[in-house]
Unconditional design. Structure first.
Lengths: 235, 235
DNA sequence: ATCCCGAATTGGTCTGACCAAGAACTTGGA
DNA sequence: TCCAAGTTCTTGGTCAGACCAATTCGGGAT
């Protein structure tokens, strides 16, 4: 089965298969590699789990295209397993995204700036809808990651953001003060647009600290009215 | 198949299965969930690919124990796919590990400090053996990640370090100046031991910058003598 | 009590088959 | 001639049953 993964990897490394391309059918791969189809499927499955490949029934199996991104599930599974704390999540985000914001300020291309602006606008437009707001919130952070110009960092941000989103989606109730959150994002955007790395870093740091504190008080309030916090405490 | 993943996830989230535990046999799971064994295997395979589970033939399938860690392959696969640059790798490491070093300085426990010291010692002891040196180099950085006390950051460092190791292992020839590299690590260790977060960050930053520059010149030399650089250039 | 061997359990692989979703080709009508 | 609808083929997803190799564990011999 490892042979299957190695075979696919060779195809990719040799450039015979590039991003977006379709790879041979499972039956064909089985014939070429000299193993059975279940074994081929096992190998492909691990690659699909990593989101290196994605399979479409009836169409074929394709190499992931677009910006590089990992599977988002691994982190959220680890979160379920080890019970990542809310504070740990924010700390990780700060460690990562503050630097990323600085890089984004240096390198963001015009269309990426426009994308950031769009997300900020959408946030202001969905102040009354916490779920929609959350989606644009996450997308803004992913966009900052992409604007950093570093695909590795973009992938890491993507990963952490996805985990965060999954955790948050359950508890994002009628949050208050979405206005100030939106304003914080605009501040980050403006700093990036102004090519001011230091200010972008500071704004990102402040935003994440504020969000952390806000969620802490929100959780406290939920506890007061009897609702148990959802899976963010240490096991 | 997604149902299988969801089922396992519920087991974990409910605490019925904890880290290190063995989960029911595939045939038993198939019976409980109401699908066939191949389907169960497909689900487990995705979890194994994420290194959430690991299977031992004849023994059973177990939930990963020890410190949380992701699959290391995804990143290296992405590296093969998108051709991450050496500079991008170092930039990502700087963004991540500088902050991590600062946290480690604040929180490293005594046994973690001892572990760091051991790795530094091993590095000095293997100045004549680049491959062994590299192993301890990576282990030092992973140890710093663990010492940060944040499992998420530790996992991210683990991931990036693994990718870096895989890339480096192929080209780590008769590197020069391993002495100064070892010294740089000792400097980081000493700063962490002294609980000086700012100094730890600075030392880590300097080390990564120096290593980046050294590898750049090393690659240049390899090109001069006719050896092509190995898979670190943009595709 | 200790050691060794065999039976039972378990993950890994194989064969062969069927189903549903796309894709591609054919065919009919305009 | 051109387009649209329907059929056929390909492809991934699932299922069934079987065998193998590694591991575990219990029973029997020493």
């Amino acid at each position: 089965m490892d042979g299957v993964v190695a075979y696919i990897r060779r195809l990719i490394e040799r450039g015979e298969i590039r991003a977006g391309h379709r790879l041979p059918a499972e039956r064909e791969l089985a014939r070429r590699i000299g193993v059975s189809r279940p074994t081929v499927r096992a190998g492909l499955q691990t690659l699909v789990a990593m989101q290196i490949l994605h399979a479409r029934p009836g169409a074929g199996t394709f190499v992931a295209d677009g910006p590089p991104r990992f599977g988002t599930e691994p982190l959220s599974f680890l979160a379920a397993l080890h019970g990542f704390t809310r504070d740990e999540m924010f700390e990780a985000r700060r460690a990562l995204e503050v630097s990323v914001a600085g890089l984004a300020a240096e390198r963001a291309r015009p269309e990426q700036l426009a994308g950031l602006a769009d997300e900020v606008t959408s946030m202001f437009a969905s102040l009354q809808d916490p779920q929609t707001f959350l989606i644009h919130d996450i997308r803004f952070h992913r966009a900052v990651g992409a604007a950093s110009g570093n695909p590795i960092l973009a992938s890491l941000v993507e990963m952490v953001a996805a985990m965060f989103y999954e955790q948050r989606r359950k508890t994002a109730g009628r949050a208050h003060d979405l206005t100030s959150t939106a304003a914080a994002h605009r501040k980050i955007y403006q700093a990036i647009r102004a090519r001011d790395g230091a200010r972008a870093q500071a704004a990102m740091n402040e935003h994440l600290l504020a969000a952390q504190q806000e969620q802490a008080s929100e959780e406290l309030r939920l506890v007061k009215i009897g609702a148990p916090p959802l899976g963010t405490q240490k096991g």
